[in-house]
Design a protein around this ligand. Sequence first.
Ligand SMILES: [Zn+2]
Length: 313
Amino acid sequence: MKKMAIVYCLIALILQYSTIIIAAQPKNVIYVTLDGLRWQDLYETKQYFPTLWKKHAETAHFYGKPGSNKYFEVASVPISQPSYTSQMTGKVLSCFDNKCSRISQETVLEFIKLKLKLKRENVAVFSSWKQINLVAEHTAGTIVSNNSQAAMTDPITGKVDSTMLRLNQQQTEPTPYEGYRYDRYTYQQAIHYLKKYQPKLLWIGLFDADSEAHLNNKPGYDKALRYFDYAIDNLIETLKEMGIYQDTTIIITTDHGRGDGKNWITHGPSYPESKKTWAISFNTEIVPDGQNEKGTYYSTKSIRKTIEKIMLS
Ligand SMILES: [Zn+2]
């Protein structure tokens, strides 16, 4: 009988321990940025993001939604490089346009890699815009960073597999901007990487909405938003297929808003309304940047705090 009691005790202990494991906070982070997507186009009309609203809204946390008390703003000037810099450092550094040199402080991507003693291939960024290369790493080569039309290779062997080869060729498709790759290639490279290497921390930076808006191309902007909707759904489904959805926090946000009315094509300090943005998260909530009389305040600086909290606590 004594033996049986010990066995029961052991089983109870194992069950309790496995419950703790199941209930543990997700430890992987996928960070997605949809450059220049206005909060109005996410929240005010349901014409965009049909799959998000229909299939995933119930499980999502929303920030910057009209009528809620969760406000989201760009901490820096509402311009891409300064904004991404504030996301990566949790601070507003001296960078005020898109011509800044390499980021002057260690980024959250580098910090997490160092703290968790991760291998280089466990932290990766894929983006459509060449400047992200300068924002993602303070020391070039610390993490895997694939931006603009740079060819992708295996981070360990330097070889190119068949999917990389196909995408490396397709992504050379000419674009209206120098140092730019269409989002469909950036996203496919990132998803291939996710499936093959299962990084702990992955940033996917998509940019077509901002590019099309600056060209005053409304049909192009709409098309970019439809692709974003597809990408969010595809990302969630891919993680579920891989069996790691519950272990992963997804944070989706933007770098800045846009001007009102006919100024929708632009953004920056002359359009204070473009400071107002949004965010969505799955599986964990974003860390606030402060509290005021209106409610809870979040900003681009919240991104670093959130990634650190998830991965280091
Ligand atoms: Zn822009």
